[in-house]
Design a protein around this ligand. Sequence first.
Ligand code: G6P
Length: 490
Amino acid sequence: RLVIDKELPDAQIILVSNREPYIHNLRDGKIDLVVPASGLVSALEPVMRACAGTWIAHGGGTADRMVVDDDNRIRVPPDKPAYTLSRVWLSEEEQQGYYLGFANDGLWPLCHIVFTRPVFRESDWEQYKAVNQKFADRVCEEARRPDPIVLIQDYHLALLPRMVRQQLPDATIIMFWHIPWPNSEVFSICPWKEEILDGLLGSSIVGFHIQFHCNNFIESIDRFLESRIEREHSAITFGGQTTLVHPYPISIDWPPSVLESQPPVAECRAKIFETLGLPEDMRLLVGVERMDYTKGIIDRFLALEQLFERHPEWIGKLVFLQIAAPSRGTLPAYGQLHRECLDFVEDFNRRFGNEGYSPIVLMDEHHNQGDIYTVYRAADVCVVSSLHDGMNLVAKEFVAARDDEQGVLILSTFAGASRELLDALIVNPYDPTAMGETIYRAVSMPEQEQAARMMRMREVVSSNNVYRWAGTILQDAARIRKRSRVVDPV
Ligand code: G6P
């Protein structure tokens, strides 16, 4: 808010993402409100609340259309309206081609090193282009002035910066890519690589979580587009326009507002232990994610298997609670992962459990943020074993939830968060034996060491919080906007 008041007092802020921050669904004849399981939403929602702009997103809930006004708008959050949500409607066919097809069957596996083959279909690409145009038109409809600040989020909308630039040449356009960017050889698989790169270079700034992904992006540009690259300034000039490429490590609200309604840690623990029917001295490990093949869910179970085989004295003494919210379920790779997980857990519990003891509890349904924070607060260990991840905000949320300075974080070296949370136990999720030993170390860690590590991680997340992330981006945007006004006064 301070940055906006000081640097951008007259600016209009428009944020665009595929996923909406609030989903309205019809359940038993009533409208039910869901906050989706999305790192993007949990990071950006508090920012939008603070800066009171307009958020354009795809309205996908079964009751979304029932709550909007004539212009497809609604003020949110519903209990304390602070900004406008402007919903874009997509047909089944558009949703299939743009979201499930090109974005999640093509770009998602392309950008994550998980050895899942990306699928590129011409018909998906056509829908992707058409839907990007639909979002661009909405941005222009929402723009009250010729020079808004447009914050575009993620791989669903790679063509949007160019499309918006064509209609609003004076806009300051920031594209933030929430997932990794692959090396140029991998990127070259995409049949429409030049179009994607050209689309992104409509931006004033392209942001990634870490420098490594910025470097990969610049390499891709260097290889596939005729442009001028000034590496020392991370600046690319293409078609007469300059785009800066910067790392902005995303984070979370601090202290998270959801903590306000959380009972003390001991009560959270008692509540979860009662729900799961666990004795007091059981160790509780947790994993929280969408059911996604990039998250390394089975890999952490394989590590648990190693732990039980090498340290059988731990059988019966710990339980792994895995929350896996259903995601993109109609795509074959997701359906297959879900089935594999269910089978694995069943077999694992048969081998290592008994009538009164299930070492893995898999909850494959959506949970609200409050319940998730209660789980974080109840746990001894949180395991984030992503095979590849832009940042991973679960790691930061776990740290934020532990105001008692207890609990151990196990974190994949392939998640962007591992560059910041150096006091986590860092693991290679492809090495189940070593990860099993790390779990052993985590469950045996003395309270004093837990406190020292947790304290340092809390310092990192509290100072590098999401307001700093957004503030830095907006400050850079303000600088660019001022400069373009001096060069080309309106
Ligand atoms: C990732 C993407 C986000 C997306 C989230 C949830 O974090 O970077 O853009 O919102 O996954 O995925 P979904 O497909 O449910 O929106």
